[in-house]
Design a protein around this ligand. Sequence first.
Ligand code: F0G
Length: 464
Amino acid sequence: MTKTIIEPFKIKSVEPINFSTREYREQVLREAYYNLFLLKADDVLIDLLTDSGTAAMSSKQWAALMDGDESYAGSRSFFKFEKVVKELTGLKNVIPTHQGRAAEKILFTVVGGPGKIIPNNTHFDTTRANVEFSGSTAVDLPISAALETDKYADFKGNIDLNKLEDLIKRVGADKIPLCILTVTNNSVGGQPVSMKNIRETRALLNKYNIPLFLDACRFAENAFFIKLREPGYENKSVKEIAQEMFSCTDGCTMSAKKDGLVNIGGFLALNNSAIAEKARSLLIMTEGFPTYGGLAGRDLEAMTQGLVEVLDEDYLKYRIRSIEYFGNKLLKEGVPVLVPIGGHAVFLDAKRFLPHVPSHAYPGQAIAVEMYLEGGIRSVEIGSVMFGKEVDGQFNAAQLELVRLAVPRRVYTQSHIDYAAEIIIEVYKRRAKIPGYRITYEPPYLRHFTAHFEPMAMEETHSI
Ligand code: F0G
């Protein structure tokens, strides 16, 4: 008989969570204009808004904090950190930053600029924003299977190599300072990229002399999927697989708030020393001296230890299995979930969940609101609230209407997940009575963070 895969840790310190009544949640949600970003975290029972910066650190990470060397220059903690990152990535220059987007900002300030094109399997929103802010164009090239939420495929995170080559031929290699692979591919459901796809991307880019970078936030989860799914990797260690992934690249940006198992931290690592020199100059202006880059010495220590722990295969087995367990519980009750289940989150397909709510009445937002009202669960809409646009009075919907339930690392137990699944199933059962939403206020950029919403009447939802 197969045994339950248990949490590979015991709990040493606990943080209470706050229970509330439905009436209370109705009130605070109204006050937050039905935008879950505007809630106080204390009013949330189970917070699945993001897996970023929300991990529980281990006793070894907490112990490592005490060993932090807070010297401004030449900190011992930096050299420990640099050694671990070089061993993992094989990249020559290691530049710490306070989080992933700081590494992106510095990289694209150096290599981006007007007229340049940056291809990616799919840009995360801050990556796209940093590319575009530099004046460059961000191009997403996911494989077409990534848009079919009900179709199983092992590596739906892959980049489409035909589209990549077409783009290079069309715009010219000189316009493309680098190509990125985001592992796992967050925006299409936390789906992994295969080693074959990484190698083939590398080979294609070699033909045109274009560097390859990884957006490596969830590199360990990606490496574990390769071990589980890709022939030839079943007997390799996850660390060897991760090293092989990085060996195909010229550099990476990293948010250690995910697979670094810390609450703050990140880095930029790359081989090209001329670019690294420019990056370090910018770093000094914006983040700090190159041996601490916006972090305390103790943060570097915790990140160094996290980068070692995340490759523990008992941890990864539990991690990937626990998200799959969550998704499978929903699938069993018929809830439309993006398959296969991703590495860091379960994604609900809001179009199939609420077929009576069209994209311009924000079905993902409607589900996210209901899950909070029903059981205090916070999730995030990844659909037309986040990516939809009004162009010349015309509504352009996002390609997918998703609700992401991202699971913080080592934070919630199986019973928290069971409860969350029960709440979602409850909401699903009464889906026919869920109304659409309209936006009553929105800022010019990144509207999902601060927009205000209002529920529509049921008749109105049906009539639009
Ligand atoms: N790249 C990817 C693929 C990400 O998912 C994120 C963050 C970043 C870059 C930026 O890193 O937050 O450290 O600056 N994703 C979070 C999320 C915020 O909720 O998915 P950061």
